[in-house]
Design a protein around this ligand. Structure first.
Ligand SMILES: [Zn+2]
Length: 254
């Protein structure tokens, strides 16, 4: 018996958060989180070097806002280290070839995770979950995470959380809201680059299903954390195949 016998549950994940991201869409997302009392995963970049998220002057209120959201029940996610995707190597969720972590040597990954945690803790945050830039998590990443005591990963195609490689995986399968009948679904949103139409659709979805949105804390307390079954693996491969097929079609049409 899963905790969502009455229907699907959703988790909101906000990626690419850093003090120099574009503030206009972010303020709208922040307002939504507060108004609907959501407890999202906050994917914070510890020391951003990605030019895409250097759109504004440093927001002096950024770290204070992260601390306030954490106090209100949001979960801080370690979103890589500098968000520079120079490594090449398919991770365990093979969606991208170039990532920040997957494919990089263990000693580098270990050092980046250690420094990332140190930076976020220095701002009064307690990261509890790993949010890899571009899904780039390989076996070395997991080893470094386990050594640092970060034992939850937000990623993977599945309909429920599971244990694998010595850590807990809370699946992330959606990039925009989709109505589901059962299971746990993480919707990943990029507040720094989201357009107004996407945020309108998200807000309509959240407004009508507020009670179906959960938090990492509740997921860890309420969902059974077993191993993946054969059916779970089949589901993951289907999703992955569909993802790559639609990307291939888009490239062909471009
Ligand atoms: Zn990112």
């Amino acid at each position: 018996m899963t905790p969502n016998a009455g229907g699907a549950e959703y988790l909101l994940r906000l990626d690419d958060l850093c003090p120099t991201m574009d503030r206009e869409p972010w303020m709208r997302v922040l307002d939504m989180v507060r108004r609907y009392k959501l407890r999202p995963i906050l994917g914070v970049i510890p020391e951003n070097f990605d030019p895409e998220f250097r759109a504004c002057q440093v927001d002096p209120e950024f770290w204070g806002r992260m601390r306030a959201l954490q106090a209100e029940g949001a979960t801080i996610g370690l979103h890589g280290y500098q968000h520079l995707c120079h490594a090449r190597g398919w991770g365990l969720v093979p969606l991208h070839r170039e990532t920040e972590f997957a494919g990089a040597p263990l000693e580098h990954q270990r050092e980046w995770i250690r420094r990332g945690l140190e930076i976020l803790r220095g701002h009064g945050l307690e990261p509890r979950i790993w949010v890899a830039p571009r899904h780039g998590t390989d076996r070395n990443t997991l080893r470094a995470l386990r050594e640092c005591g970060l034992m939850i990963v937000s990623d993977g195609f599945a309909r429920r959380p599971y244990r694998a490689h010595g850590v807990c995986w809370i699946p992330q399968q959606l990039w925009s809201p989709v109505e589901k009948q059962q299971g746990l679904w993480t919707i990943c949103v990029h507040p720094a680059t989201a357009d107004a139409g996407a945020l309108d659709r998200l807000e309509m979805f959240v407004a009508s299903r507020r009670d179906r949105f959960t938090s990492v804390e509740r997921v860890m307390a309420e969902w059974p954390m077993g191993r993946r079954t054969y059916r779970d693996r089949l589901f993951a491969w289907r999703r992955l195949a569909r993802h790559h097929l639609s990307r291939w079609h888009r490239l062909r049409e471009a």
